[in-house]
Design a protein around this ligand. Structure first.
Ligand SMILES: Nc1ncnc2c1ncn2[C@@H]1O[C@H](COP(=O)(O)OP(=O)(O)O)[C@@H](O)[C@H]1O
Ligand SMILES: [Mg+2]
Length: 326
């Protein structure tokens, strides 16, 4: 059974009685123990979609449509209390900036063990032992000493490792990691992404990995979901997407990021133009003003997502992309 299935999710900004759609008709799913990478430029709706899953979208925003099923349950049927119960136990989150998620005045040990004692019912000693084990797993040396330290006493990379340990602490079924390495030095970003993906796999945890790092994503995710302007434009198995991207936006993204197989800095072609302002009304496909393949149809009608082999793609001209890619 699929662990997480989001179907036709719509999120609206409601202000002064006006409604403006920020996320349109988004569908994606995560299998047990597998990784779904969610990629797309800033403002494409990645974070909102993830936050909607755990009922954490901010005030003024509203889930206006769609369904979210997690572990056989319809999450829209849960009340606020039940949602809170789910967060930090069955579903954990790792955010971009660990300093804002960690409490600066509590020791790492206290923050790591509190959930385990509360949600897993472990004794102080059991929780401490599990904490030491988890810190070791995330690559932190001298874990006993670290438990006594405070977040500001360790580096950004170490803090993000602690966040990963906290996320795993209560044996979640799903982890949502929202650009977990953006605040870190580029040299360790890859290491941390690899660590998250590897540990989730080893622990059988489903992972939604929101990231810009398409190169890394290829190696660690089973499926990729590409978002643009509040819509999912393409989803496909990672191995397939990298070889045969169908949506012109996916192709643009791939051409604009360094690939593992590519010498550094060669052949990178940025996508022209900028992502749309979410408040802007764009008729038809939201990508058409930037799309090299756009036809009249693209500016008139919103493309319907449809199956194309192992892909789901929302583009009127996706077939045209195929022969060139072969
Ligand atoms: N609380 C909010 N109020 C108004 N607009 C918002 C709010 N949160 C997000 N948005 C808008 O919704 C769009 C999608 O946001 P987000 O999901 O954070 O994008 P991403 O994570 O892909 O960068 C953005 O253009 C953003 O400006
Ligand atoms: Mg975001």
């Amino acid at each position: 059974m699929t662990l997480l299935r989001v179907e036709n999710l719509a999120i609206d900004l409601v202000r002064d009685g006006h409604r403006h759609r920020l996320v349109h008709d988004a569908s994606f799913s995560v299998e047990r123990g597998e990784t779904l990478a969610v990629v797309g430029e800033s403002g494409s709706g990645k974070s909102l979609s993830a936050l909607a899953v755990i009922g954490l979208i901010s005030e003024g925003l509203e889930v206006a449509g769609g369904t979210i099923h997690f572990d056989g349950r319809d999450l829209s049927a849960l009340d606020a209390e039940e949602m809170r119960g789910l967060r930090g136990s069955d579903i954990a989150m790792i955010f971009q900036e660990p300093m804002t998620s960690l409490n600066p005045v509590r020791s790492i040990g206290a923050q790591l063990t509190e959930g385990m004692r509360l949600k897993l019912g472990l004794s102080r000693r059991e929780a401490r032992e599990r904490a030491v084990g988890l810190l070791t797993e995330v690559g932190i040396s001298d874990p006993e000493a670290r438990l006594l330290q405070y977040p500001h006493q360790i580096s950004g990379g170490m803090r993000q490792r602690v966040m990963i340990a906290i996320a795993l602490a209560c044996q979640p079924k799903l982890i949502l990691a929202d650009e977990p390495t953006t605040a870190l030095d580029v040299t360790i970003q890859g290491q941390i992404l690899e660590l998250i993906a590897r540990l989730c796999k080893e622990h059988g945890v489903g992972l939604v990995l929101i990231t810009h790092n398409l190169g890394i994503v290829a190696r660690y995710s089973q499926n990729v979901c590409v978002m643009y302007g509040g819509r999912v434009v393409e989803t496909a198995p990672a191995a397939e997407l990298y070889v045969h991207p169908l949506h012109p936006y996916t192709r643009g993204l791939l051409a604009s990021v360094p690939r593992l197989s590519q010498a550094r800095g060669t052949g990178l072609v940025p996508i022209e133009g900028a992502p749309p302002d979410p408040m802007e009304v764009i008729p038809g496909c939201r990508f058409h003003p930037r799309c090299p393949m756009a036809t009249e149809e693209c500016s008139a009608k919103v493309p319907v997502a449809r199956h194309a082999g192992a892909h789901m793609v929302a583009c009127w001209n996706a077939e045209l992309a195929e022969p060139e890619m072969a």
